[in-house]
Design a protein around this ligand. Structure first.
Ligand SMILES: Nc1ncnc2c1ncn2[C@@H]1O[C@H](COP(=O)(O)OP(=O)(O)OP(=O)(O)O)[C@@H](O)[C@H]1O
Length: 922
């Protein structure tokens, strides 16, 4: 029997006398059904009282395999021998975090805020793990070692390592693995899985097991261990995987039983605890490299240990302790698990961090605390980022809470795929192909997703990389992209490709935290003084003229080049932000400075690079993945794989390094230093997200528009305001408004200028202002029907919204698009914007492929000769596009010569700003 609910009250722990002697218990009152059910009592006995003490009202508690009794007509639950208690089950704790928490709770915290540094043991660890996977897949040792060392070329180069030495080092570790694999204990029938992604919906744990052999976890450690037993915290890691494997095994058995007795209730299927594997293996690969003469003890690399219920319960209790602490975003002190600081090599860091942030720590504090305002800032953003992490965890929970089609409707999955081909490719990986249904989703090429045979958690699932999406499959009739689309992914295992799910990643959350840490704890005082408003930014503007035909742009370059701290360039749509940015970067480089060029999206980074190339500047190194970087910018991309010295030099010598802000937090870029960071689309970046780039430079220039799309975050908190917006409000003098736009006809820009830019926006030239559709080749003056002839028009098709679609409106959009193409406008010159993906799909089916149809978010930063906006809403206005005027600003300012608004005039007129818009367009 399982029970789950929201904690109302906790009593205890108290000691009671039982027939087994004195025992401790906690009485927890919970309300099942997410707090809506009647209060129910759960009694936690023995060791579970530890977690009982950590509970507070409002937390969720799940208790599995409880004993149940009726007391005075009420059902009560108590923990029994197989019972497992889970605190905050939706908080998904990583297995490696449980391991470090058991080692020391402060270690867990320090790892979290500081990330993994670029250090040889870390890089070597990664290489050995890759080789391990290769060997399990039957690859030749020498080839695997050689290829994996090469793949880490850039990191090794930055660390100044020699390929020969590293190869030898890795080979030692690899031969330990190979020797163990070849041992007689392994047979042909051994069933192996390498790198298995495991997510537990029951226990709120996730992780990636190095390998699973005959259902039992195997963990690889590149250290040595000359004892007979594995280290305790290593056992914890393997046992955590065993917990999840037990959950899967129990589910499989009960599923099989259900099938067997035609759906009757299962009888004696094992509990998840009983179904857990009873043995784990730790493989200490360094043992093989140790000289027997120098070291005594047990030098065999593989150490097996037995996993009993006591250990599994311990692991879960520790996981619960983390979840309970994170409920309030508390900071651990080291006392929680009785840390032993004397021998800890993190002691210095631990003491320094506690000293500077004035945190309680068992190790003690060194140094003086940072000013109160900085500490408050750190704590405020720390909490905000942790809230964001909780939202990411909600996304994990949706993997099992939502049904397949519900997820597909939410654009989180592509379902009902028909597997067509599985092919082994280089490196023992697999290419998997399937026929899609043509449905849309948030999944994009280059994304890492969960590929599964039907269910991402309960079925066979593996992390896979999306190689190709949505291209017409070879045998599909040419025509609409919505019929028969091929899906191609690559993965380590040959999963039967029936479904793809977005894999929620905590990586960006982790990186926000390290950026915050670096900004507050590592930046020099003068830099922080301006950031925290203790000093005004200073400028030493050059006298030169940089851009002759546009005074505001010229002033922006002068300000940016002369900035000693920071400069802000506010660029409304089409005002030459990218052009100005490229000029700024060139001028900085001309002055001998090293520049980091960054932006939130790969697309923006590539656009900025293209503008530099257009201005004749090509001395750029682009950091990014192959699928992230657009085709014509690939030639600037720095490979990770290759000759270490050459790759490292290429990066170190580059006067301009271009990377997304997320990549700025990578081990590779985080080590680099720059004179200036120039950040585009800064209005779309969270404050810590911006810091990821600005931390690496002495000065920074932010370019953006806070009247366009804000940062993309899930939580509603401080992360929604960009650093750009905050600084432009606090330091208007450090900013320049680019006020001349090169995009829209006068008639089109009139309303956005008035509504969003205090009427300050003007066409840059008479030509821009007076442009008309019949300026385009092949378009005649009277080619359009009357009602579309004006530069801005409004069409009310009298449709009705059905959920997030409005089919009549989609029909109207298709007719309008046809009218424009009939008039001679090229399809590529037409764009359609709709608020919801469902309506995007609806319209996509009705217009030719070459017409770009997308949501506002995907249109930011681009423009078209003709833009048609579909509003969908009838009745009243709700939905993301309406809540935030910045979205409508983006939608309206994409058009150059013709803008058609399609919607329900009455519905739109219920809001003052939209009413004004309708009046302007009608
Ligand atoms: N000073 C200038 N003289 C001539 N043309 C310019 C000047 N500044 C910008 N342009 C042109 O105006 C157009 C728009 O510029 P750009 O793409 O830099 O705008 P943007 O502000 O980045 O646009 P978006 O709002 O989409 O980000 C480009 O074709 C660019 O070459």
């Amino acid at each position: 029997m399982n029970v789950r609910g929201v904690v109302v009250e906790v009593e205890g722990p108290k000691t009671v006398s039982t027939q087994y002697g004195e025992r401790e218990l906690c009485e927890v009152t919970i309300r099942p059904d997410r707090g809506r059910g009647e209060p129910t009592m759960v009694t936690l006995w023995g060791d579970w009282t530890e977690n009982g003490e950590q509970l507070q009202a409002g937390m969720e508690l799940a208790v599995y395999d409880t004993e149940q009794r009726t007391y005075q007509g009420e059902t009560q639950y108590t923990t029994g021998s197989d019972t497992m208690v889970v605190v905050e089950p939706d908080f998904i704790v990583d297995v490696t975090d449980i391991r470090s928490w058991v080692q020391c709770p402060r270690m867990y915290y320090l790892n979290k805020i500081d990330g993994l540094p670029l250090a040889y043991p870390v890089v070597k660890g990664t290489i050995v793990h890759e080789v391990f996977g290769d060997l399990l897949r039957g690859r030749d040792l020498d080839t695997a070692v050689e290829e994996q060392v090469e793949a880490a070329g850039l990191e090794l180069g930055l660390l100044g390592r020699d390929v020969g030495d590293v190869t030898e080092d890795v080979r030692d570790h690899a031969s330990a693995i190979e020797g163990w694999l070849a041992q007689g204990t392994l047979t042909e029938t051994d069933e192996w899985r390498s790198e298995m992604t495991l997510i537990s919906e029951r226990y709120g744990i996730k992780g990636r097991a190095d390998a699973v052999r005959r259902g039992m976890p195997v963990e690889l450690k590149t250290g040595k261990n000359t004892r007979r037993e594995p280290r305790f915290h290593d056992k914890i890691q393997a046992a955590a995987y065993a917990l999840i494997l037990g959950e899967r095994a129990a589910e499989e058995t009960s599923a099989a039983e259900m099938m067997g007795d035609g759906g009757a209730a299962k009888s004696d299927s094992p509990s998840a605890l009983a179904a857990a594997p009873d043995t784990g293996t730790l493989l200490y690969t360094k043992n093989a490299a140790v000289e027997r003469s120098e070291e005594s003890g047990d030098l065999s690399p593989a150490k097996e240990f037995s996993i009993g219920p006591g250990l599994l319960e311990f692991v879960l209790r520790e996981r619960n302790a983390i979840a309970a602490m994170e409920y309030d975003s508390d900071v651990p002190t080291g006392y929680e698990a009785d840390a032993k600081c004397e021998y800890c090599f993190e002691q210095d860091t631990c003491m320094a961090v506690s000293g500077r942030l004035d945190q309680e720590s068992k190790a003690g504090q060194v140094g003086s605390p940072i000013p109160g305002a900085e500490r408050e800032y750190f704590e405020k953003f720390y909490r905000a980022i942790e809230e964001e992490r909780r939202e990411v965890h909600r996304e994990y929970a949706k993997l099992w809470e939502q049904g397949a089609h519900e997820r597909a409707d939410d654009d989180r999955a592509l379902v009902d795929l028909e597997p067509t081909e599985r092919r082994e490719i280089d490196g023992g990986r697999w290419e998997l192909r399937a026929e899609g249904t043509g449905a849309t989703s948030k999944i994009r090429e280059g994304d890492v997703v969960l590929a599964s045979d039907g269910h991402p958690i309960r079925g066979e699932a593996e992390l896979a990389r999306v190689e190709r999406l949505g291209g017409p499959s070879p045998d599909a009739e040419s025509g609409k992209s919505a019929t028969g689309q091929e899906v191609v992914v690559t993965a380590d295992e040959p999963v039967e490709l029936r479904r793809l799910d977005i894999y929620p990643s905590e990586l960006s959350t982790d990186r926000l935290l390290t950026a915050l840490h670096d900004a507050v704890l590592k930046q020099p005082q003068p830099t922080k003084d301006v950031l925290f408003g203790r000093r005004d930014p200073e400028f030493d503007r050059p006298e030169e003229t940089f851009i002759g035909n546009n005074p505001a742009q010229d002033e922006a370059v002068r300000l940016a080049v002369g900035a000693e701290d920071f400069a802000l360039v506010h660029g409304p749509p089409g005002t030459g932000k990218t052009y100005t940015l490229a000029t700024i970067v060139r001028e900085l480089v001309d002055r001998g400075e090293r520049v980091l060029l960054s932006a939130f999206t790969n697309r923006a980074v590539d656009n900025a690079m293209a503008a530099l190339v257009e201005q004749g500047f090509e001395d750029i190194v682009r950091v990014g993945t192959e699928s992230g970087v657009r085709e014509d910018m690939q030639r600037f991309r720095l490979e990770q794989s290759g000759n270490p010295g050459e790759l490292a030099d290429k990066l170190r010598d580059a006067p301009v390094v271009a990377a997304t802000t997320a990549s700025c937090g990578s081990r590779i870029v985080r080590e680099q230093e720059f004179d200036a960071a120039v950040v585009d689309e800064a209005g779309q970046l969270t404050e810590p997200g911006t810091l990821a780039a600005t931390n690496l430079a002495e000065r920074f220039v932010l370019i953006g528009d806070h009247q366009q799309l804000p940062p993309v975050v899930r939580a509603e908190n401080e992360l929604q305001e960009s650093l750009f917006e905050r600084l432009i409000e606090t330091h208007p003098d450090a900013g320049v408004l680019l006020d001349r736009q090169y995009r829209m006809a006068q008639r089109i820009q009139a309303f956005p200028s008035r509504a969003f830019y205090d009427g300050q926006l003007r066409p840059a030239t008479g030509e821009v202002a007076a442009q008309r559709l019949d300026d385009l080749d092949g378009v005649g003056p009277s080619a359009l029907p009357d009602h579309l002839r004006d530069r801005v028009t409004f069409v009310d098709p009298d449709g009705a919204a059905r959920g997030n679609t409005n089919p009549d409106e989609a029909d109207a959009v298709a007719e309008i698009v046809e009218a424009f193409t009939d008039a001679g406008v090229a399809r590529e010159d037409i764009g359609v914007i709709a608020p919801y993906r469902a309506q995007v799909a609806e319209i996509g089916q009705r217009v030719p492929d070459a017409v770009a149809v997308d949501t506002v978010d995907r249109f930011q930063g681009s423009s078209k000769e003709v833009i048609v906006v579909s509003f969908v809403a009838t009745g009243d206005l709700d939905g993301p596009i309406f809540e935030d005027y910045r979205r409508i600003n983006v939608a309206l300012t994409r058009a150059k010569k013709s803008l058609v608004l399609v919607g329900d005039a009455a519905a739109l007129s219920t809001d003052d700003t939209y009413a004004e818009m309708v009046e302007w367009a009608s």
